[in-house]
Each structure stands twice: as structure tokens, then as C-alpha cells.
Design a binder for this molecule. Structure first.
Ligand code: CP
Length: 306
């Protein structure tokens, strides 16, 4: 039986069991097939984005509206009382008195957990610093299932900034549930954090570390590209040195598996050239659309309406 997610916070992917994850994916699939325009009528989403976002914020807001609910919030904390020095705790405590559920993004690791302490309303983490991005991972898993027909036992490469990329952390942790074979492709300085590698080892998940995409591209079912997270580098010169380390081009796809699919949480900068977009392997735009259905499912589940 999946956990009843009514009134639950969605802070870290690790807090969801495999049954929970599959339940969320199933509910999202139903919503994709059969829209429910009145399901959340009368409910209000607080959309609190303390850090820039296109997909996460707009898909949460669209998800709420497409389910018949409404949205208040902000995309820029400089127009809120944060600017006057109000603490995150106080802001969320107050916003929780106005709304039924809160989707939040914040640059600090642990901020979503702190927000959850401030209110009884469900907090859904839309990304906290370099830590976690659980809703991205749920839409990634949904997309993997959609394009491969299964999640279990796949060979999945995660490429790019595995140190600061929160989507890579949540995804690697979630894939523990699905017996994935993982390939981490990153410069040494941006490899997967040791604590996550230790979690994988403890669960006997096989993974290997690589420096070049070419070493693994013809073996994998999913090539998960990510952006180098310039905004999290303490040294801008280091970012300049490393920012174009991986650039996936169409010419690199000649010998890949027929059903290999390329995912990317987006936004991309230079790491996938536009000529890849028109190949059958590109699946990142479909992936972004799936965020809508996953976030609809999460809003409805945390509000106890599914
Ligand atoms: N994937 C993702 O989180 O995109 P945004 O930063 O645009 O929300």
C-alpha cells in the first residue's frame, strides 16, 4: 500500500518508497490521459520561488489551474518582505495561512525542510540549493517509463555537474529502487558526492565513474545530460574553465542503442547542440511536458483528492 500523501511534505525523494513513487507515476499517467478540470476547485497553491525557474514554477502553476484551483505567489523574492529582512520561517508561516499547499524553490540546502517546520500545509520542494529536486526526479522516472516501457534494470548515464546538480542527486537516489546500472560522467571535481555513492554501495547498486561521454554512450538506455551549475561555483574562473566540458552532438549518436533516449532536466546551455533535437533519441521536451502531470498528481495527492 502506498503512503497516504494527504498533508505530507515532499522534501526529499528518499522519503518516498518505491510503492509511493509508482503510485504517483500511475496517478500522473491517469491525469495525462484524462484531465480533471474541477478536481482542485476552491484550493489555492502558494507558488514561492526564491530562485529563478521556468519549468518548475510554470508547470506547478499550470497544474493547479488545470485542476480547477488558483495560484498566488512570487517568482522574485526581491518584491517580497524577504527584501526587508523577514525570515523564511516567518514568510512561510504567513503564506501557509493563506493557501492550501506550497510549492517552493530556494537557493539554500535544507530550506524546504525549514519551511515545512513553519506551516502545517504541505510543502513541495521545487529545488533547495544543490540538495534535492524530488518533483524533477518523479517526472524523470515517469519519462523513463514512458520512453523505455519500464524503469527496472536500465543502464542510465548521468552526465555533467553531479556535484552541484540537485536533479542528479535525487535521480541517483531514486534509481536505487529500480536496480539501475549507473554511469556517472563528470570531471573529477564535479563527480557524484561521496555520501550518495555510499548509499548506492550499501544498496548494491552498480555504478562506475567516467570522464568522457564516448566511453559509455553506446552502452546505455538513457543518457541524462545536465547543465554545469555556474551559479553554485564559488570561483567564477573555475566555471569558465569547465563550462563546456560536455557537448553532445548528433555525430556522437551513430552507434548508440536504437531505443536510447536523451533526457535533460533543462535549461540547457551548450551541452546539447540543436542538431540533436531532431533525432529520434531526443526526449527532453516531452520530459518537460510530463512535469505538468507529475505536479498535478502531487498537488492532488497532498491535498487528499486522489
Ligand atoms: N528543470 C528545472 O528545474 O527547470 P527550471 O529551473 O526552469 O524550473
Amino acid at each position: 500500500m502506498p503512503t497516504n500523501l494527504k498533508n505530507k511534505d515532499i522534501i526529499s525523494i528518499k522519503e518516498l518508497t518505491k510503492t509511493d513513487i509508482l503510485n504517483i507515476l500511475e496517478k500522473a499517467q491517469k491525469l495525462k490521459q484524462k484531465p480533471q478540470p474541477k478536481l482542485l476547485s476552491g484550493y489555492v497553491l502558494g507558488s514561492c520561488f526564491f530562485e529563478p525557474s521556468t519549468r518548475t514554477r510554470l508547470s506547478f502553476e499550470t497544474a493547479m489551474k488545470k485542476l480547477g484551483g488558483s495560484v498566488i505567489g512570487f517568482a522574485d523574492p526581491s518584491i517580497t518582505s524577504t527584501k526587508k529582512g523577514e525570515s523564511l520561517y516567518d514568510s512561510i508561516k504567513i503564506i501557509g495561512q493563506y493557501v492550501d499547499v506550497i510549492a517552493m524553490r530556494h537557493p539554500l540546502e535544507g530550506s524546504a525542510r525549514r519551511a515545512a517546520e513553519a506551516t502545517d500545509k504541505p510543502i513541495i520542494n521545487g529545488g533547495d540549493g544543490a540538495n534535492q529536486h524530488p518533483t524533477q526526479t518523479l517526472l524523470d522516472l515517469f519519462t523513463i517509463k514512458e520512453c523505455q516501457g519500464k524503469i527496472e534494470g536500465l543502464k542510465i548515464a548521468i552526465v555533467g555537474d553531479l556535484k552541484y546538480g540537485r536533479t542528479t542527486h535525487s535521480l541517483a537516489q531514486a534509481l536505487i529502487n529500480f536496480n539501475a546500472r549507473l554511469y556517472f560522467v563528470a570531471p573529477e571535481s564535479l563527480q557524484m558526492p561521496e555520501h550518495i555513492c555510499n548509499e548506492l554501495k550499501a544498496k548494491k547498486i552498480i555504478f562506475s565513474k567516467h570522464k568522457n561521454i564516448e566511453e559509455i554512450i553506446n552502452e546505455v538506455d538513457i543518457l541524462y545530460m545536465t547543465r554545469i551549475q555556474g551559479e553554485r561555483f564559488p570561483d567564477p574562473m573555475e566555471y569558465e574553465r569547465i563550462k563546456n566540458v560536455y557537448i553532445l552532438k548528433e555525430s556522437m549518436l551513430n552507434n548508440v542503442k536504437k531505443n536510447m533516449r536523451i533526457l535533460h532536466p533543462l535549461p540547457r546551455v551548450n551541452e546539447i547542440t540543436a542538431d540533436v533535437d531532431n533525432t529520434k533519441h531526443a526526449y527532453y521536451f516531452e520530459q518537460a511536458e510530463n512535469g505538468l502531470y507529475i505536479r498535478q498528481a502531487l498537488l492532488a495527492l497532498t491535498l487528499g483528492k486522489l
